[in-house]
Design a protein around this ligand. Structure first.
Ligand code: BJW
Length: 256
């Protein structure tokens, strides 16, 4: 790995040292280095597969077996991977800063596995499932045993993953909490998200409107780049540990 320090504005360290609330909005890019494909871009899932067929209620009702198989395939990938240094650095920030909130669009649970204790899941979690007719909840073990779309043992309805598909509302309590956190952030890191999907993509703007210092971490330009105070064009598995390390070094020299 490249060990060259990042060229960071010392003002970021000053704000971090006084911050009450640090928020990270994360997307698929933060899990890319763990081996989970992103959605958009050259290597993204949506290059080969159609979101309206796999990530919408209409697509599920049209071909429930195919959607079930696709989610099972993704669970199989996630089962085999581990949090990467980016997830771990965000979890370690909790030791250094008062309030750290991770708002994630990811459904993979890797932030929690890395040790982050305050994670808001905006788009659900791939390991939870529920019946589309009666709402009965099912755990992962029960889902694994099924071939094709599983049906509810109470009412016979199809069981689907507890994730947010296009055209569906985000879980209201989670989104309200995310908006409150974004508004309270002194520093927001926007990490590994194309910021194309709303309403999550609006959260960095909420943070900026409330005077947060906004740092984007993404190898590619996004709409967030236009409003960010700093854009770090590095993979998050490299950038986040370096930010934490460089901050701790700065803190040590500034208190010596
Ligand atoms: C790295 C890296 C590394 C790579 N390190 N970085 C017009 C305006 C506003 C809204 C809309 C609109 N038209 C339609 C809408 C609504 C729609 C929407 O936003 N559509 C846009 C596409 C235009 N939104 C919705 O429908 C949402 N609901 C909603 O709005 O409710 C109200 C409503 C009700 C009724 C009708 C209409 C609206 C719901 C959105 C649900 C999104 N669901 C998915 C699937 C979740 C389940 C699953 O995982 O299967 O969520 S789609 C997919 O996109 C997934 C992600 O969470 C989401 C965001 O993607 P993300 O995380 O940003 O990933 P990528 O792949 O896009 O980007 C990865 C980035 O990482 C890239 O930039 C890379 O460069 C970078 N990267 N390696 C750092 N190592």
């Amino acid at each position: 790995m490249d060990t060259t320090p990042l060229d960071l504005d010392p003002y970021l360290f000053e704000i971090l040292s006084q911050a009450n609330h640090i928020v990270a909005l994360t997307g698929a890019g933060v899990s890319a280095e763990s081996g989970i494909p992103t959605f958009r871009g050259e290597e993204g899932i949506w290059k080969k597969l159609k979101p309206q067929e796999l990530a919408s209620m209409k697509g599920f009702l049209k071909n429930p077996d195919r959607v079930t198989e696709w989610y099972q395939h993704r669970r199989d990938i996630i089962d085999k991977v581990k949090p990467n240094p980016g997830h771990i650095a965000l979890a370690e920030m909790e030791k250094e800063f008062r309030n750290v909130t991770v708002i994630t669009q990811n459904v993979d649970g890797l932030h929690q596995q890395a040790g982050s204790s305050n994670v808001i899941e905006l788009h659900g979690n791939i390991y939870r499932n529920y019946c589309i007719d009666c709402g009965k909840r099912y755990d992962y073990g029960q889902m694994k045993k099924s071939e094709g779309v599983p049906v509810c043992d109470e009412c016979g309805g199809y069981i689907r993953p507890d994730v947010v598909w296009f055209g569906e509302s985000l879980p209201m309590a989670a989104f309200n909490e995310a908006e409150r956190s974004a508004a309270a952030a002194d520093v927001m890191f926007s990490v590994g998200t194309s910021a194309e999907v709303y309403p999550a993509a609006g959260l960095p703007r909420t943070a900026k409107a409330h005077n947060a210092y906004l740092v984007e971490i993404n190898p590619q330009h996004t709409d967030i780049s236009l409003i960010a105070d700093d854009s770090i064009r590095k993979p998050s598995g490299e950038a986040l540990p370096k930010i934490l390390k460089q901050y701790l070094e700065w803190k040590k020299t500034s208190t010596d």
